[in-house]
Design a protein around this ligand. Structure first.
Ligand code: SF4
Ligand code: SF4
Length: 94
């Protein structure tokens, strides 16, 4: 009886999928009141306060280091005005 040799085993390439941002902050600039908590508490330094103002006259956050976002949502946890939150976008499920 011929023995089948499983030569299809390859090194996993899934590791490569881990590169790139794993998340993304979603900002609603018009809700922002410019407290800066999101910038201060983001552990990955994804955000900074923009020089621009929203229509209420507040500076709002902007993304300066998108690649570093993990989607942890700490920005959303600390925002008192529900003007920002983080979502997970990259990596594998499970
Ligand atoms: S925490 Fe919220 S209200 Fe404060 S600067 Fe960030 S988005 Fe604006
Ligand atoms: S989701 Fe996390 S890493 Fe991304 S911007 Fe918000 S606090 Fe920073």
């Amino acid at each position: 009886m011929p023995a089948e040799v499983n030569s299809a085993i390859k090194p996993s390439e899934e590791v490569k999928e881990r590169k790139g941002p794993k998340g993304c902050p979603v900002i609603t600039t018009e809700r922002c009141k410019g407290c800066g908590f999101c910038v201060e508490f983001c552990p990955s330094n994804v955000l900074r306060m923009s020089r621009s103002f929203n229509s209420k006259g507040y500076h709002h956050p902007e993304i300066v280091n998108a690649e570093a976002c993990t989607g942890c949502d700490l920005c959303g946890v600390y925002c008192p005005d529900f003007a920002i939150y983080g979502i997970r976008t990259g990596g594998r499920k499970g």
